[in-house]
Design a protein around this ligand. Structure first.
Ligand code: NDP
Length: 328
């Protein structure tokens, strides 16, 4: 038997409760994994709180991320005892996810644990780390280099934002960080941010073009913040957009694109192809300092997940929430 957090729906309300199951209730799949850690992502918090129509069928085990050890495998690429990472692919949305002690998934959804990471550190990264790395890769592919100028990261104390600030700074970029948390300047500086901007200075709707300030940006917020970032990006710059923590809408004009040659780059981690995913995990395993993983994370148990999900949606959480699925 294994423990899982399960979402059920009655009268349009979502209930989250711990329950116990046997392996035979797990979905079909080639690889059975003994989960060590999962995480609480923004999308998981939406799912658990019944917002955003994330969950496609009930009952559902939420959790878009997990790490663990292979217990049984019909896929020749994975052997019993291999350490693996899973993120995205509809886990916790369409398929039973990682906020449990066991999962069964197709082998194509797994990545072998790269050297330099372990089950805990890989979950400190998880979907947030993969997304931050994909954003940075998109900027590099658009020729935004450390010599191009300053890079702006929005929602900087959140999970994707914290990892993006640290990664960019380790890669030699000068980083400016936007935050709504006035007391978090020293945290952001410790991750490598050289300039901190208060969120309200960036959330005012912009004119079509503003003074050019940023060579590039990683945006997790959307809405007016993203519109302002676009209006303030240098000629030839690029903005990687991956989130909607502020607003899913984007009201802008074509001016930054047609007068400043700016690129708006979409980033999705959920269905990111396996080869790009493996390359991103490999680079993540090489770039981050050892103390980073404890610096940005806090660890909770499965039973603490529902209350923490509420705090996360209210924007009160800093960094990354790792879930130890064996802890009481
Ligand atoms: P977090 O909740 O950890 O961080 C979001 C941060 O955004 C907050 O910490 C806060 O940072 C800022 N924020 C919160 N509310 C608002 C608001 N109303 N207006 C402006 N800023 C706000 O979430 P994640 O970092 O995990 O995810 C961030 C976004 O990226 C989410 O929308 C998520 O869905 C998306 N995402 C997308 C992925 C993809 O594949 N495209 C993958 C992963 C995440 P601060 O206080 O510092 O300003």
């Amino acid at each position: 038997m294994f423990k899982a957090l399960v979402l059920t729906q009655s009268d349009d309300t979502i209930q989250a409760a711990l329950d116990e199951f046997s392996d035979d209730v797990l979905p079909q799949g080639e690889v059975l994994v003994d989960i060590a850690y999962s995480a609480l992502n923004y999308k998981d918090a939406l799912a658990i709180s019944g917002m955003g129509k994330i969950v496609k069928s009930f009952p559902m085990v939420p959790g878009i991320d997990f790490t663990g050890t292979v217990l049984a495998s019909q896929d020749a690429r994975y052997r019993v005892g291999d350490e693996v990472i899973a993120t995205g692919w509809g886990l916790g949305e369409k398929y039973w996810g990682g906020l449990a002690q066991r999962a069964r998934v197709p082998g194509d959804w797994l990545v072998h644990m790269p050297r330099g990471l372990d089950a805990f550190s890989a979950m400190v990264l998880g979907t947030a780390g993969l997304t931050a790395m994909l954003c940075v890769s998109r900027l590099r592919e658009a020729d935004v280099t450390p010599a191009s100028g300053q890079i702006l990261v929005t929602g900087a104390t959140g999970a994707v934002g914290s990892i993006a600030v640290q990664l960019l700074s380790r890669l030699g970029y000068r980083v400016a960080a936007v935050t709504g948390k006035a007391d978090m300047a020293s945290y952001l500086q410790s991750l490598g941010a050289q300039q901190i901007l208060a969120r309200d200075t960036m959330s005012k709707a912009p004119r079509p073009l503003e003074t050019q300030r940023w060579a590039g940006a990683v945006d997790v917020v959307g809405g007016d913040v993203l519109a302002r970032v676009l209006a303030e990006t240098h000629y030839g710059g690029a903005v990687a957009a991956c989130g909607l923590a502020g607003d899913y809408r984007l009201e802008t004009t074509v001016m930054p694109f047609i007068l400043r040659n700016i690129s708006l780059l979409g980033v999705d981690s959920v269905y990111c192809p396996p080869s790009r995913r493996r390359a991103a995990w490999q680079e993540l395993s090489e770039r981050l300092p050892e103390n980073f993983y404890t610096q940005i994370s806090q660890t909770i148990s499965l039973s603490e997940v529902p209350a923490t999900a509420k705090a996360l949606l209210s924007g009160d959480i800093r960094g990354r929430i790792v879930v130890d699925v064996r802890a009481d």
